[in-house]
Ligand binder design. Structure first.
Ligand code: HEM
Length: 209
């Protein structure tokens, strides 16, 4: 992996986690006893941004080679690190998924419709992205090229499901900027826009000659 890609991965992770800390601890005044929940939001954002980057760098490099060609070699690593971060987010979320930490996902101590949606969409997204992760180490595990391309498409669908996964968590607040701590965009909205931008690059941008 080249230096530019490592720098990109580190900065995406550091800025995403810092953003979550500034939004929730600094502006919302959330107690530091909730740090792991805030950290988990930061890594989910970094993960989704890196996964999106893995998909958009190709179309962007074809359209704007002077700026984006230098990042093409990092594409695979953006995907690998992106998966690592959303995997960590999934493990932490499983750990905290209780009525005490997430009362809106529970009714009478049982997962409600929203809770089930978050859980099922999260697992599905993780499995589909994990399929591409498994095919990303050709020296360790050899797959036919057909399987490799299938896994990339599965991962793309997994990313879209990851975007849908955040909808019930945040959509209500997206149109109320006055309720945003420090007027900072909700993490759910940034994640959703990143997925929309990915779809735009892979469809519209890819078809422009
Ligand atoms: C087993 C798998 C998963 C579970 C159980 C899960 C669970 C959760 C939960 C409970 C939240 C709400 C967190 C909060 O409000 O603090 C959340 C938010 C989120 N999840 Fe997942 N998730 C999973 C997989 C994924 C995957 C694979 C992605 C990305 C592709 C993802 C991306 C996000 C994002 C961006 C948020 C918004 C963070 C925020 O609250 O602002 N999740 N997830």
């Amino acid at each position: 992996m080249d230096r530019k890609s490592i720098t990109f991965i580190i900065w995406t992770s550091v800025l995403s986690i810092s953003y979550a800390i500034i939004r929730y601890h600094l502006f919302k005044g959330l107690n530091f006893s909730f740090f792991m929940i805030v950290f988990n939001k930061g890594i989910s954002l970094a993960g989704i941004l890196l996964l999106s980057s893995a998909f958009v760098v190709g179309p962007l490099a074809r359209k704007f080679p002077d700026i984006f060609k230098q990042f093409l070699s990092g594409k695979r690593f953006f995907g690998i690190w992106g998966f690592g971060l959303v995997f960590a987010h999934s493990v932490i979320s499983f750990f905290f998924l209780s009525p005490t930490s997430f009362s809106i996902f529970f009714t009478l101590n049982k997962l409600n419709l929203v809770g089930n949606f978050i859980l099922i969409s999260g697992i599905l997204s993780l499995l589909l992205i994990g399929f591409a992760f498994a095919t990303s180490f050709p020296k360790l595990l050899k797959f036919k090229s057909k399987i490799f391309f299938l896994s990339l498409n599965a991962s793309y669908i997994g990313l879209i499901i990851g975007g849908i996964h955040v909808l019930p968590i945040g959509i209500k607040g997206w149109t109320e900027p006055n309720s945003w701590p420090g007027f900072l965009f909700p993490i759910t909205l940034i994640s959703f826009l990143a997925v929309l931008f990915t779809i735009y690059c892979r469809t519209v941008l890819n078809s422009i000659k």
